[in-house]
Structures are given as structure tokens and as C-alpha cells.
Design a protein around this ligand. Structure first.
Ligand SMILES: [Zn+2]
Length: 195
């Protein structure tokens, strides 16, 4: 039996089934089968999957009434790779991940012209990033920094001081190395704290 292959698309399309160079989106789910229909709205080609959507059970045998679009598949592969990189590397900056993913694919100029610019896909990328991060605290009391959130990317302590309560809470972020450099300085420049 044939294994089902999915591609993650743009946010509004969700995941699509990839079969023989064509893309299908979920039509309906029943307890015994999941029905996927061709992404092109006037095409009647349908594929049936098992309820776990792991295997292709059958197709309705209707030929596609349009040509396959390999460029669209490549664009979706880019989206999928970008999404996976954001999930796998939660501490790498989003602009850097976009740049790295783009340079890792060997796309034709046709595909490149369909890949969204950074500003065009920025909101989606930050949404994916937010899904693996704790929600933002609403009060100072809710702000709890421990584990990886209190350390630098190489694992050194970064939260030096966390004292006081409410509006009087003071948090100082610095590494031991930076503190040593600060102590070795002969001159200090002072500025008013930003409020
Ligand atoms: Zn079709």
C-alpha cells in the first residue's frame, strides 16, 4: 500500500497531500476514511486515506483536468522547511532562519519568484515561533525566568540578579565574563535609565 506524503503549505491552506505531482486538500473525514480533493477547485480528482491518514487506500480514478505545477510544490517544500527550522531552532533569530532556509534550497527562478519576501511571511514565522514559546506575562509577578530562559545560548548564566517584588523588582542580565570586563575598566560612563 502507498504511504501518504504531506506538505505543509501557507497558513491558510494548512497541510496538503502530495500524490503523483499533484496536491490535495482535506475534503471530509469519516470514521473509516479521509477524503482529499484536488487543490484546483474545478478538478474532481479525489484520493481516499485511512482514518489515521498514514496510507493511501484508493482514488476515484478521475484524471486531473489540468497540468501539474511543480513550482508550487517546491514553494510548499520551502514553507515546510522554514516551519521545521523555526520549530527545531527556537533560539535562532527569525531573520537568520529565513535567510538560511532560502540559501539551502536550490530553486529555479520560477520558484524563487513565488517564494514570499521576508516582510511578506514575517507574521506567519513569528506565529510559528510563538507556538513553542511560553505566553508573554501580563504582570511582573507572572514573569518567571529559569532554565534556558535565564542562560545564554552557550549555557552560561545570564540572569545575575532577580530581587524585589512588583514594580520594585530589579532584574540584571549579564554574564560573568562581561562582569569581569566591566570590573577591569578604568573609566565608567553613566546614563539615565530608560523608562
Ligand atoms: Zn486536479
Amino acid at each position: 500500500m502507498e504511504q501518504a506524503v504531506f506538505l505543509q503549505g501557507r497558513a491558510k491552506d494548512g497541510k496538503c497531500l502530495l500524490r503523483d505531482g499533484y496536491l490535495f486538500r482535506i475534503g471530509k473525514r469519516t470514521p473509516k476514511k479521509s477524503y482529499y480533493t484536488c487543490l484546483v477547485s474545478k478538478c474532481s480528482s479525489t484520493v481516499c486515506l485511512d482514518p489515521d491518514e498514514k496510507m493511501v487506500l484508493s482514488s476515484n480514478g478521475i484524471e486531473h483536468n489540468h497540468a501539474a505545477n511543480p513550482a508550487e510544490i517546491e514553494v510548499r517544500k520551502f514553507h515546510q522547511k522554514l516551519r521545521q527550522n523555526i520549530l527545531d531552532q527556537p533560539n535562532t533569530a527569525i531573520p537568520q532562519l529565513y535567510k538560511e532556509t532560502l540559501s539551502s534550497i536550490h530553486a529555479s527562478s520560477e520558484v524563487l519568484s513565488q517564494i514570499p519576501t521576508f516582510s511578506g511571511i514575517k507574521n506567519y514565522m513569528y506565529k510559528v515561533r510563538a507556538s513553542v514559546r511560553p505566553p508573554l506575562p501580563k504582570t511582573m509577578e507572572e514573569l518567571q525566568l529559569d532554565g534556558i530562559w535565564s542562560k545564554t545560548t552557550d549555557g552560561s548564566d545570564f540572569l545575575m540578579v532577580d530581587e524585589g517584588i512588583g514594580d520594585n523588582r530589579i532584574m540584571i542580565f549579564c554574564t560573568l565574563e562581561n562582569l569581569k570586563l566591566l570590573c577591569s575598566g578604568k573609566n565608567y560612563l553613566w546614563m539615565e535609565p530608560l523608562r
